[in-house]
Design a protein around this ligand. Sequence first.
Ligand SMILES: Nc1nc2c(ncn2[C@@H]2O[C@H](COP(=O)(O)OP(=O)(O)OP(=O)(O)O)[C@@H](O)[C@H]2O)c(=O)[nH]1
Length: 258
Amino acid sequence: MTNTQLTLVQIDNYGPWTVTPEPRREMDLQTLQSRLFADIAQFVGYRGGYAFFTRFDNMVAVTNGLDTDDHRLLQESMGNRYPVTISLGIGVDANPAVALEAATEGLQLAGSAQDGDRREVLTGTPITDGTDDLSIAHFDVNDATEKYTDRLNEFDSFIQIEQGYATLMRYLREEHGGLSFFVGGDNIIAVTPEMGADAYRDAIDHVEDAVGVELKVGVGRGATAHEAGMAAKHALEECRHRGTAVELDDVAAGVESE
Ligand SMILES: Nc1nc2c(ncn2[C@@H]2O[C@H](COP(=O)(O)OP(=O)(O)OP(=O)(O)O)[C@@H](O)[C@H]2O)c(=O)[nH]1
């Protein structure tokens, strides 16, 4: 059965902290945010999960395989290392958008992100049945180096890649409840519900029609984000090898939702 476990990571009362007692140096904030993300990615990654930086003050992690104790340890460890604390909301559903909705609702019910009294909240119940799996889609822009990196200045390359990302993230969110995250270079990783190859092809066609950015995608399934993500990377290599736009690993290929 498909079940994605997502954890919303929210820095507690971060807005007020950034300006107390007066506005803090921007590069100090950037350093804090990126180190906090790096530590969360490492903690979650060691346990088979994926973490995405999204807006840095709010991050999203795929935490299939992590239990309540793991989440508490993450909070304790970050609280010991940083001048800020984090609250965590866990949500589980076959549809990633619904899972994130549940994760978010838990934190929102506990108080505002800028509520000085709401600290290190942990809401939601992780999956206890270890037989569930999830789906990861790894998207990549075709020939980004040749088309953009080696031809345009970095800002104009960035605009092209971001346009592709913005179009894809909205399409997958609205049409399927899939959640896409930019992970650097020309790569986008999406946590997706059960979708067939045709649905992925439609998504790629939509992005090309809308903004002229050509994508390919490898899709994998597995018990953890790491397992599904590695299968997706191998499927993406298969795209490169065969010149195809969409490749599903064997498990994902056996699953058709439409
Ligand atoms: N996060 C992440 N980034 C990657 C990965 N593979 C490549 N990249 C990034 O993508 C950039 C472009 O590399 P490629 O995607 O291999 O190059 P390309 O020119 O698009 O060539 P094709 O993908 O073969 O069409 C690299 O500089 C990296 O920043 C990956 O597995 N994960």
